[in-house]
Each structure stands twice: as structure tokens, then as C-alpha cells.
Write a protein of this length. Structure first.
Length: 152
């Protein structure tokens, strides 16, 4: 029987600029097992660490960014790890950063891009990640009263 675990958190970074809302996508190094793919921030939650703490830590380590605001996305990413016979549940967060914030990539990545919704979803491989971005765009990026309900 597969185990169910939740030891990762997914964070989707966005900014609001003069051209509208943009999401940050990162390109993994080609020699990485999941390499040469565009993705958001996927963080391992260390023992004794909260999902929010892991997201903040990993966002800073991987991009040099600190969120101006953090939101729970009311969405759980899920996938089956066939190697470990494990169902993985990943809480999803949205991180708003200042439009002038500068990205400094860690050695895990070779490139980054700020993309509108359509470009972001076209670059993301996994369906659950595309769903998460669309949900964040519809509920949080709009910045209306409903978005405030998700602020952390």
C-alpha cells in the first residue's frame, strides 16, 4: 500500500508590473535528474520546519527574493512517486515580490523568465503546476477582497 506524505511545498512567485501580472519560472540545469525543465520553487520541508518557513528559506536561497506578501493558494499539489510507492501532497503558496526585485539564481538553475499567465502555463510540464498557476491567477493575483482571505 502506498504511503502518503507531505514534506514538500510549492511556491509560485509573481509580480505586478506595467505589463500586468507575471510569474517567475526557473529552468533547471540539464544535468539534474529533472533537468532542463521550467518550474516554480519546489522546497523540501526539513524536520522541525513549517511549510511557510521552508518556502521563505528556499525562495531566498534559490532566487535571492524575499516576498512582499505571501498567500496560501487553497490548493494542494499531488503526485505519485512510483520509486518510493508514495503519494506526495504539497501545499501551494503564492509569493508576491516587488516589481523591481532582482533575481539571483542559485547553482541549481541556468535561466529564469518573468511570464504572463499563458506563457507560464505553456512552459510548465506538469498539469498540477499549470492548474496551480491558473488558480493563483484567478483568486490571488487579482488582488480583490477574496485575495485578502488567503494572505498569510
Amino acid at each position: 500500500m502506498p504511503r502518503v506524505i507531505s514534506n514538500v511545498v510549492d511556491t509560485y512567485v509573481f509580480r505586478k508590473s506595467s505589463v500586468g501580472a507575471q510569474f517567475l519560472v526557473l529552468r533547471k540545469r540539464g544535468d539534474d535528474p529533472a533537468g532542463d525543465l521550467w518550474q516554480s520553487i519546489h522546497s523540501h520541508v526539513a524536520s522541525g520546519e513549517t511549510a511557510i518557513g521552508a518556502a521563505r528559506r528556499d525562495l531566498l536561497e534559490r532566487t535571492g527574493l524575499t516576498p512582499a506578501r505571501l498567500f496560501t493558494a487553497d490548493y494542494i499539489g499531488q503526485f505519485y512517486d512510483h520509486v518510493g510507492d508514495t503519494i506526495v501532497l504539497a501545499p501551494t503558496l503564492a509569493a508576491l515580490v516587488d516589481s523591481s526585485a532582482r533575481v539571483t539564481l542559485s547553482a541549481d538553475f541556468v535561466d529564469y523568465a518573468w511570464c504572463d499567465l499563458e506563457e507560464t502555463t505553456s512552459r510548465l510540464l506538469w498539469t498540477t503546476h499549470r492548474w496551480a498557476v491558473r488558480h493563483i491567477y484567478d483568486v490571488i493575483v487579482s488582488g480583490d477582497a477574496e485575495a485578502e482571505l488567503y494572505a498569510i
